[in-house]
Design a binder for this molecule. Structure first.
Ligand SMILES: NC(=O)c1ccc[n+]([C@@H]2O[C@H](COP(=O)([O-])OP(=O)(O)OC[C@H]3O[C@@H](n4cnc5c(N)ncnc54)[C@H](OP(=O)(O)O)[C@@H]3O)[C@@H](O)[C@H]2O)c1
Length: 382
């Protein structure tokens, strides 16, 4: 069987490293054609030496480094040009493991060249979901999501002829699930970064603590599965065994279950519609005994409500929500603002925004820039 040729963008991050572990599990099934990273050129170099990609995109420091190391047979690109890696004719599947809006152009490039795009990245779909889905339809590119909740919904809907009546997105509840809201102002980045169920990059871990991450997933699911925003419900499920569920008109539910390991949805997105052995331990439900579910507390976690509002109003609002959140989370991680201020910054920016309806890419990117400036003014009191 011809190996599947993959571009793994964001290869040095939590998703990228797991994607390469999937490649290790089935070395005959995959060929790594392209890799990309931003700053971490040391890890990138180790990956280049091991997987021998023909194309690599990296930030300016990394480019300077690789000029000196003289690695042979590799074409290097600036990280800003990494969309070119997503449109290479040799590539079958593009894994989007980079964080932030940097995934948008590679996402579109992959779809426009008719490829399978496997996004873990959620920012691109949050800010430009309509544009992305339109381009996928136009050019015949396909999207198999990696984000575990979206992968679960995709798996539940695969082969179904009926649209779901409701989608139930599960959420572990994050590191603050049992912490009273009164203690939030004392929370340090170190405490927030200790997620109880998933090991992820810092930005998404903070978003899991505010539940903004779940709000982003509501917006993602709306676009990926062509659902109305109010057909997507969030259910707190601390064990994070059920990755999401769909409910049909007749009252039947389908759920996707598994251990909490991103290698499962990554491998599924790469091998779909086949399933290969993952080499991971199987889920032992008897050991768990009980699974728990309850509704999210929107008073304690107002970011989720704000994201629902952005999903409802749409237009440029999700892009503003995402950009303001990115700035606020970065400021929190640097110790510039406290944890409760993340929501306050984002709320202020969202309320100040004049929404552009049915925006094209230009309006979306303008809203993104505007929101970053507004957030900066609030954070740094300029
Ligand atoms: N981690 C998870 O389990 C998980 C689950 C679901 C969804 N996601 C989503 O997947 C995406 C990545 O998450 P992560 O946790 O893997 O993040 P991460 O560990 O922070 O890794 C991010 C990757 O993106 C690269 N990068 C950073 N800034 C970039 C830029 N401006 N341009 C291009 N590349 C850039 C990084 O390179 P350097 O290492 O060189 O900085 C790194 O390779 C996010 O959108 C997240 O929401 C993650």
């Amino acid at each position: 069987m011809k190996p599947c040729c993959v571009a793994i963008l964001g290869s040095t991050g939590s998703i990228g490293v797991n994607a390469l572990k999937v490649v290790d599990q089935h070395p005959q099934a995959f060929r790594v054609i392209a890799l990309s990273a931003y700053n971490n050129f040391k890890l990138l170099e180790a990956q280049i030496r091991k997987y021998r990609p023909a194309y690599v995109a990296v930030g300016a420091q990394g480019l300077a480094h690789f000029k000196k190391t003289g690695l042979k047979g590799i074409k290097f690109y600036k990280i800003e040009d990494c969309a070119q890696l997503a449109s290479l004719s040799q590539v079958d599947v593009v894994v989007l493991g980079m964080r932030g809006t940097s995934a948008l152009m590679p996402f579109l490039a992959g779809l426009r060249t008719g490829k399978r795009v496997a996004p873990a990245n959620k920012e691109a779909l949050v800010i430009a979901g309509e544009v992305i889905m339109r381009e996928a339809g136009r050019h015949g590119g396909s999207i198999i999501p990696i984000d575990s909740e979206q992968s679960a919904i995709f798996q539940c809907l695969d082969g179904q002829r009926s649209k779901p009546a409701l989608v139930h997105l599960t959420a572990s509840g994050g590191p603050l699930r049992e912490v009273p809201a009164g203690q939030f102002k004392r929370m340090t980045p170190e405490q927030i970064l200790r997620h109880p169920r998933w090991k992820m990059g810092p930005k998404i871990t903070v978003d899991s603590a505010t539940l903004m991450n779940k709000g982003f997933e509501v917006i993602e699911a709306k676009h990926l599965f062509n659902l109305r925003w109010d057909k997507i419900q969030v259910l707190i499920h601390p064990e994070a065994i059920i990755h999401s569920m769909v409910e049909f008109e007749d009252g039947s539910w389908l759920a996707q279950l598994g251990i909490t390991d991103m290698r499962l949805p990554i491998q599924y997105a790469l091998t779909y519609p086949q399933r290969l052995s993952s080499g991971l331990k199987s889920l032992d439900l008897a050991r768990w005994g009980k699974l728990h579910f309850y509704k999210p507390d929107l008073k304690k976690f107002p970011s989720l409500g704000l994201a629902y509002e952005a999903a409802r109003q749409a237009g440029t609002l999700p892009a503003v929500l995402n950009a303001a959140d990115e700035e606020a989370v970065e400021a929190f991680l640097k110790g510039i603002i406290g944890f409760p201020q993340i929501y306050k910054v984002v709320e202020k920016v969202v309320l100040a925004h004049r929404i552009v309806k049915n925006p094209g890419l230009e309006a979306i990117l303008a809203a993104d820039q505007w929101a970053r400036q507004e957030a900066g003014k609030i954070i740094y009191k300029r």
